[in-house]
Design a protein around this ligand. Sequence first.
Ligand code: BDR
Ligand code: CA
Length: 313
Amino acid sequence: PAPIVLDSDPGIDDAVALQYLLGTGLWDLKAYTTVGGNVPAEQTFRNGRALARAFGIDGDVSVHRGAGRPLTRLPYSAAGEFHGASGLGAETLPDSTAPEQAESSAQALLRLSRAYEGELTVCATGPLTNVALALTEDPGFARRVKKLVFMGGAADVPGNITPVAEFNAWADPDAVDLVVSSGIAYTMVGLDATHGWRFTTDDLETLRAAGDGMALTARLMDFYLGAYRETGGSPLHDPLAVGVCADESFVTAAEGTVVVECGSELTRGKTVFIPYDADYPRAYYQESPLVAARTERRGRVALGTGPRNFTDD
Ligand code: BDR
Ligand code: CA
């Protein structure tokens, strides 16, 4: 199994992403680094530790406390409707029995990037604050990490927290900007792809029938589905990012540059994707020093669902 860190703001779909990652058998999870997002950082840390216990890795995989606030903005908490007040629906999970880690999420990311230089995959399913802090402390992080796959952004589709912005990108747009400009090899898995993989009431029945090992997941997904019942199912945002770490054919992706709006409060966190091959957007943007500086850096962006079926996986 290949070394990976999951950086996450649990969060219901974050919890399912963790369980999925462990279940694939493809990964050696070196750390679970939490970050504030769906709920404040102290709560995501607590949830992360409780999930480690619930999924049988308590004490074996270290769980780390993340940044208490975005890089430059005020803390927020915005996802109660989708994830519940605690972040994990209506659950009250038993606390972890492992000693608390003193090392922060950003420090753990840095340490592991050195220990597994050129091999480490980072999967980020919350705001990118921890990854940005690691890069700020040591820009060499970008070259040591094999690949970063992050759930966030919306290229050609509307947002989900504002009409134009996806939640993780909106929560810490400065972190996204820093990360996509850093030279790190990244794949952005945003709403363009995740809205194509929806968990439905039929899937819930399948989970319920799967027995005790899936009982917690079924309760979490039942709660999550509640926020989406009118829309044909709940998008499996964060699990899809985990899937893409192993196999990009879960999505269709293109190479190009991501530029994120950090200035305007109206369009804060809006991600603009400039495809590498197309001349026309560059022609429109050629007067912009901001865009010119960023088109030096390219990554991959998921633009839709791929040929491989994710929900059966
Ligand atoms: C993202 O926001 C969070 O609520 C989810 O966990 C996911 O990471 C979707 O916009
Ligand atoms: Ca998340």
